[in-house]
Design a protein around this ligand. Structure first.
Ligand code: SAM
Length: 222
């Protein structure tokens, strides 16, 4: 039997990335990436995220799903008609602000459970929000009076992603991001290099590593 991977989607938005991952099936028709948990803070994106988690519970969508989309029934009616499927969607989605103490307390037991149930076969997908790094976001930030990138917590949300990698110990992760991340700097230091260094440190790499055929490159944990 082929392997399947319990997948955790962080900063999930409405769930586009998870939608792609979960659509992949093996020869037996089983999902290769089983979305175990998606985390998003923004209510309208979260509403879509949960609805999509609900639809994943079905092989063929029920008529009332389309009635809901057409505005003929409410979301509550949909949930009441399919309570088990709705409960599964609730269990797979969390509306939390990553990087906060409350989110950490709510998430850590879930991550531990997922890791145990998957026997280590887990994957992390998603990426820290891009408004602080993206070219458009940076142009906007320049228009904000007294904007200081060093105090913009969005630059450092990637650390929560890395903390979760450490907790879950996935076999692989995909950190989605934007072009501007390569050129983004805080206090003259490249954010991209900082992210790479923090990732290497979290992965337990020694103090220096080799690239491109042997040149030694030093790095330190931030
Ligand atoms: C680029 S979108 C994600 C897109 C998503 N991967 C997809 O494929 O649909 C980034 C999302 O991160 C969310 N976000 C930003 N800061 C967050 C935080 N601290 N905790 C949770 N979600 C956050 C935003 O609300 C936004 O929906």
């Amino acid at each position: 039997m082929s392997r399947s991977f319990k997948t955790v989607d962080l900063f999930a938005g409405p769930g586009g990335l998870a939608e792609g991952f979960s659509s992949l099936r093996n020869a037996e028709g089983k999902r290769i990436f089983d979305i175990a948990l998606s985390v998003e803070k923004e209510p309208s994106a979260f509403a879509t995220l949960r609805l999509r988690a609900f639809t994943r519970q079905f092989t063929a969508l029920p008529d009332c799903y389309y009635q809901y989309l057409a505005g003929e029934i409410t979301r509550q009616t949909l949930a009441d008609r399919y309570p088990e499927e709705w409960k599964a969607a609730e269990d797979e989605t969390a509306m939390l602000e990553l990087g906060t103490e409350d989110a950490q307390q709510a998430l850590d037991p879930c991550l531990d459970r997922i890791r145990k149930e998957a026997d280590g076969d887990t994957i992390v997908i998603g990426g820290p929000p891009c408004q602080a790094y993206s070219l458009v976001g940076r142009a906007r930030n320049r228009g904000i009076k007294n904007y200081d990138p060093a105090t913009d917590h969005r630059h450092f949300l990637y650390r929560e992603y890395i903390r979760i990698l450490g907790r879950l110990q996935p076999i692989a992760f995909v950190m989605e991001n934007v072009k501007g991340m390569l050129s983004s700097r805080v206090k003259g230091e490249s954010i991209f290099e900082r992210v790479l260094n923090d990732l290497r440190a979290a992965g337990g790499e020694p103090d220096s590593y080799t690239v491109n055929g042997g040149a030694k490159v030093g790095h330190s944990a931030a």
